[in-house]
Design a protein around this ligand. Structure first.
Ligand code: TF8
Length: 334
């Protein structure tokens, strides 16, 4: 008697859990924008992200993606999230330093040594610490995806050492740390939105730009460049941001689906981008660009010369933030 009662109670509980789970999903069309071409691995990540939320919500939630800055550049789209007129954006951290100065930590030149270190920092406590600061300005960061180590391309001359940057007209992101990093190298740095790079290079308004190989490939910058240098000078992550005003209207189940699926998308995106990176370089080379390596000694020299940028920006980023990331990295390197 007791046993059957217990069994039927368990069955009832199971049914009500299943029913409430379904009831907790509303029809949600999530507009997500990005500045890149859809052929970039972010496209693969978004596909996985979308398939996952559709599955978890029984088809009620879905993601509609807009590519190549169709809904505005990184910063404009992020502001649309804050005011609750757009749901989601995948953006570089760099153009958002005006909103969250602590994000500048990711712009510090030569901060991470490799992808493994970057993953450990952004997926760990440090990433959560930064997420709280984003939350405070109305942005829910669902995950960190990979943009990648940045490399310099240009149409002027081979660049293999510090002095080669002298006088180069280079596009940088709308970010003071990048601006100072390249000014410090003697370059003529100009902040510009991502969507303006191709025509800037084509019309020779700028000589150079810097982005990971995969971006140089999928945004076709190699068509209007002659040289590429393996500088690996910074690793700026992507943030998968959700509008907090809209987030606050979602149920716990909807929020959980989005958080879990953004991580699934992250794993896919990282897998694809890492497999593609060397292929992208090969493609760039095959298109006729001259590849220049930076020697390990020169890399060290660049890092030490870049120290003034750390000193100048530490106060704005937050001394505690810079020290915290350095401590995290020191622990990882033990
Ligand atoms: C840049 C960034 C961009 C990304 C992209 C638009 O150079 O690296 O590639 O923010 O999402 O502006």
């Amino acid at each position: 008697m007791k046993k059957t009662l217990l069994a039927s109670m368990v069955a009832l509980l199971g049914m009500s859990v299943a029913m409430s789970a379904n009831a907790e999903f509303k029809t949600r069309n999530i507009r997500l924008s990005n500045g890149l071409a859809q052929t970039h691995p972010v496209g693969n990540g978004v596909k996985t992200f979308d398939a996952c939320v559709q599955e978890k919500s029984g088809g009620k939630m879905k993601i509609t993606a807009f590519w190549s800055s169709a809904l505005g550049d990184d910063l404009q789209a992020t502001q649309a999230l804050r005011s609750g007129v757009q749901e989601a954006v995948i953006t570089s951290s760099s153009p958002l330093v005006g909103l969250v100065p602590a994000l500048g930590v990711f712009d510090l030149p030569f901060l991470f040594a490799n992808e493994k270190e970057a993953d450990a920092v952004v997926d760990g406590d440090f990433g959560k610490f930064i997420n709280e600061k984003l939350d405070a300005v109305g942005l829910v960061n669902l995950a960190y995806w990979e943009n990648g180590f940045r490399n310099l391309s240009n149409s002027k001359k081979p660049v293999a050492k510090w002095e080669d940057f002298d006088g180069m007209k280079i596009r940088v992101m709308q970010n003071n740390i990048f601006l100072d990093t390249f000014k410090n190298m003697g370059a003529n740095a100009t902040p510009m939105a991502f969507g303006e790079i191709f025509s800037g290079l084509e019309t020779k308004a700028i000589d150079a730009q810097e982005n990971p190989f995969v971006t140089i490939d999928t945004s076709k910058f190699y068509e209007v460049q002659k040289y590429i240098s393996v500088t690996n000078h910074a690793y700026t992550p992507f943030l998968v941001l959700f509008s907090k005003p809209i987030w606050n209207t979602y149920s716990a189940e909807e929020k959980a689906a989005l958080s879990e699926c953004a991580v699934k998308g992250r794993d896919e995106e990282r897998k694809v981008i890492r497999a593609l990176s060397q292929q992208s370089l090969a493609k760039i080379k095959a298109a006729g660009l001259q590849v220049n390596e930076i020697s390990p000694e020169e890399h060290k020299r660049m890092l030490s010369k870049a120290q003034v940028v750390y000193d100048k920006h530490k106060a704005t980023i937050g001394p505690d933030v810079v020290e915290r990331v350095q401590k995290t990295l020191a622990d990882l390197r033990k």
